[in-house]
Design a protein around this ligand. Structure first.
Ligand SMILES: *[C@@H]1O[C@H](CO)[C@@H](O)[C@H](O)[C@H]1NC(C)=O
Ligand SMILES: *[C@@H]1O[C@H](CO)[C@@H](O)[C@H](O)[C@H]1NC(C)=O
Ligand SMILES: *[C@@H]1O[C@H](CO)[C@@H](O)[C@H](O)[C@H]1NC(C)=O
Ligand SMILES: CC(=O)N[C@H]1CO[C@H](CO)[C@@H](O)[C@@H]1O
Length: 461
C-alpha cells in the first residue's frame, strides 16, 4: 500500500513537472512567434527571419570601426539558442546590446559539451565543423557538420584573443574549448594555444555537475543512463520525433542541434525512428548529449583534463535561491523564484544520495549540495574543484579584487534563480543591468594581457 502511494506520488510529480516545463516551453515559443509577427506587421510585410544573417549584417556594418575590439562571446546553456533562433528573442535578454562587439552563437540546445566546443571554434574561425574522427566514431555521428562560410572572428589567435561569457553549461563549453586550443586539437590550427582566450566569465556555471540531473531522470548509479519513466524520457521521445519529422521552418526556428546524427525521416526512414526510440542509435544511445555532462559523475570525467590557465582571467557568479532556517535548507522565497524552478529548488534542497550506491566521489556529503538555484547546486557553480580545487577567491565587493590577477577564479554569490539573468530582463530589474554592465566593463577595462586597448570612441577625442 505504501509502495503504491509512493508510486502515485512520483507519477503525480512527473505529471506536474512535465506540464510546467511544457507550458513554459510553449510560452517562450509563442512569445517568440508573437514578437516576430508583430515586427513583421509593423514593417508592413512578412519577412521570414533567416538564421545567420539577422545578426551578421547589422554587426558587420557596425564593427568596421570596432575592429580592434576583441569580441565578447556569450555562450548559452541547456535548451539555449543563439542569435537568429526563436526569431527576435534573445537568450541573454538583450544584454548583447550593451557593448559594440558581442557575438551570440547558436550551439544546439541539447548537444554535448564536447560537440558545442567544436562547433564554437568553427563558428568563430570559419569552415566546416570537424567533430574529430575518434569522437564521431565512438558517438555514432558524422565527423563533419555545418559549414560556416565566413567565420565571425577569423583573425582569432593569440594576438587577437577573445572574452567569453558562459551561462550554465556554456561555462563548461568555454573551458573545454580552451583546453582543446591548448591541446592543439583542431586540424590545420596547430598554432592554437590557451592564450587565445583572454577571459572567461561564468554565470551560474555548471562546473561540478548538479543533483537536479537525478531528479530529471539520470541514474545516480552511473550518471549516464536514464531511468525508465522520467521527465527526460519524455524529452528524449519528443526530441527524436521532432528531429525525425524534420520540418524545415520549425527547425530553422528552434533546433536541438542533432543534425550531425542524421535523424531526419529522409535519412533514416521509419525503421531508423524505431531504432532511435528503442535506444539503439542517436545521441541518447551513445550518451553524446548534454545531460550526462551535467551529472556529478559526468562533470568529473570532463573536468579531469580541464586546466585553469595562468594567463587567462576567470570570473564566476554562483546563484542561490535557498537559505537555512533552523538547520534546514529551504527555498528562500516563494514569489521570487520562477514557477518552473520552484519545485526543483525545494527538491534539490532535500536531495539525498541513495545510500545503497557508492557516492560519486570520496568525501561526498549531501549537505554540501543542498544550496541551489533550481537547476544547479551553488557549490558546483563557484569554481572548478576537480580533480583538485582550482585557485579561487571569494569576492564580496568588486573593489577588493583589483587589479585582477589571471589564473584565479574570482567568484561572487548572487541571490537569484537559474534563469534570473536570461530570457526575461524584467525579472531581474536593476540587478540585470548591474550584472551585465559589470561583466562588460571588466572585459573592456580591467582585463588585458599587454597594453590596454584604446576604445574607438576614446581614440576620436
Ligand atoms: C549522415 O548523412 C551524410 C550525408 O547526408 C553522410 O555523409 C554521413 O556519413 C551520415 N552520417 C552518419 C553518421 O550516418
Ligand atoms: C605558427 O606560428 C609560427 C610562429 O609564430 C608562424 O611562423 C607560422 O606561420 C604559424 N603557422 C600557422 C599555420 O599559422
Ligand atoms: C565596498 O568597498 C567600498 C570601498 O572599499 C566601500 O565603500 C563599500 O561600502 C563596500 N561595499 C560593501 C557592500 O561592502
Ligand atoms: C563542490 C564539490 O563537492 N566538488 C567535488 C567535485 O567532485 C570531485 C570529485 O573528484 C570532488 O573532489 C569535489 O569536492
Amino acid at each position: 500500500m505504501i509502495r503504491w502511494w509512493i508510486c502515485m506520488l512520483q507519477l503525480t510529480e512527473l505529471f506536474v513537472s512535465s506540464v510546467v516545463h511544457l507550458l513554459y516551453g510553449l510560452y517562450i515559443f509563442s512569445t517568440a512567434v508573437a514578437g516576430d509577427l508583430s515586427q513583421a506587421w509593423s514593417e508592413g510585410f512578412f519577412k521570414p527571419v533567416s538564421k545567420e544573417d539577422r545578426g551578421t549584417t547589422t554587426t558587420t556594418t557596425k564593427t568596421t570601426n570596432f575592429d580592434d575590439l576583441p569580441p565578447i562571446v556569450l555562450i548559452h546553456g541547456i535548451f539555449g539558442f543563439g542569435k537568429g533562433r526563436l526569431g527576435g528573442l534573445s537568450y541573454f535578454a538583450g544584454a548583447e546590446k550593451k557593448d559594440e562587439r558581442v557575438l551570440v552563437p547558436d550551439l544546439g540546445s541539447l548537444t554535448s559539451i564536447y560537440d558545442r566546443a567544436r562547433e564554437l571554434f568553427y563558428y568563430l574561425k570559419g569552415g566546416q565543423v570537424d567533430y574529430g574522427e575518434e569522437h564521431s566514431k565512438a558517438c555514432g555521428h558524422s565527423q563533419f557538420g555545418r559549414i560556416y562560410e565566413q567565420g565571425h572572428y577569423p583573425q582569432w589567435d593569440e594576438d587577437h584573443p577573445i572574452h567569453f561569457v558562459g551561462h550554465s553549461a556554456g561555462a563548461q563549453v568555454v573551458r573545454l574549448l580552451q583546453q582543446m586550443l591548448a591541446d592543439k586539437a583542431f586540424k590545420g590550427y596547430e598554432n592554437s594555444s590557451e592564450n587565445w582566450v583572454l577571459s572567461i566569465t561564468s554565470l551560474s556555471g555548471a562546473f561540478n555537475g548538479t543533483t537536479r540531473a537525478y531528479f530529471d531522470g539520470m541514474q545516480p548509479e552511473d550518471g549516464k543512463t536514464l531511468k525508465p519513466i522520467c521527465l527526460l524520457q519524455l524529452c528524449r521521445v519528443g526530441v527524436i520525433i521532432y528531429d525525425w519529422l524534420d520540418i524545415p521552418w520549425l527547425k530553422a526556428y528552434y533546433n536541438f542541434g542533432f543534425d550531425h546524427f542524421n535523424m531526419s525521416r529522409k535519412k533514416m526512414g521509419f525503421w531508423g525512428l524505431v531504432g532511435c526510440l528503442l535506444g539503439n542509435a542517436g545521441p541518447f544511445a551513445s550518451g553524446d548529449w548534454i545531460l550526462p555532462d551535467l551529472t556529478i559523475q559526468g562533470s568529473m570525467q570532463l573536468n579531469h583534463h580541464l586546466q585553469t590557465f595562468p594567463d587567462t582571467y576567470y570570473f564566476s557568479y554562483a546563484t542561490k535561491r535557498t537559505r537555512k532556517i533552523m538547520g534546514k535548507t529551504v527555498p528562500s522565497s516563494i514569489l521570487g523564484i520562477h514557477p518552473m524552478l520552484f519545485i526543483r529548488v525545494l527538491q534539490m534542497s532535500q536531495w539525498r544520495h541513495p545510500p545503497d550506491i557508492p557516492p560519486p566521489y570520496k568525501g561526498y556529503r549531501d549537505e554540501d549540495w543542498e544550496d541551489n538555484d533550481g537547476a544547479l547546486n551553488t557549490i558546483s557553480m563557484t569554481h572548478p574543484r576537480l580533480p583538485i580545487e582550482h585557485p579561487n577567491r571569494f569576492v564580496q565587493n568588486d573593489s577588493e579584487c583589483q587589479p585582477l590577477q589571471p589564473g584565479i577564479w574570482y567568484y561572487k554569490l548572487v541571490e537569484g534563480d537559474h534563469i534570473l539573468f536570461i530570457v526575461n530582463r524584467e525579472r531581474a530589474g536593476v540587478q540585470f543591468d548591474l550584472l551585465y554592465d559589470s561583466i562588460f566593463e571588466r572585459c573592456r577595462k580591467q582585463v588585458f594581457r599587454k597594453s590596454p586597448q584604446t576604445l574607438p570612441n576614446e581614440a576620436h577625442h
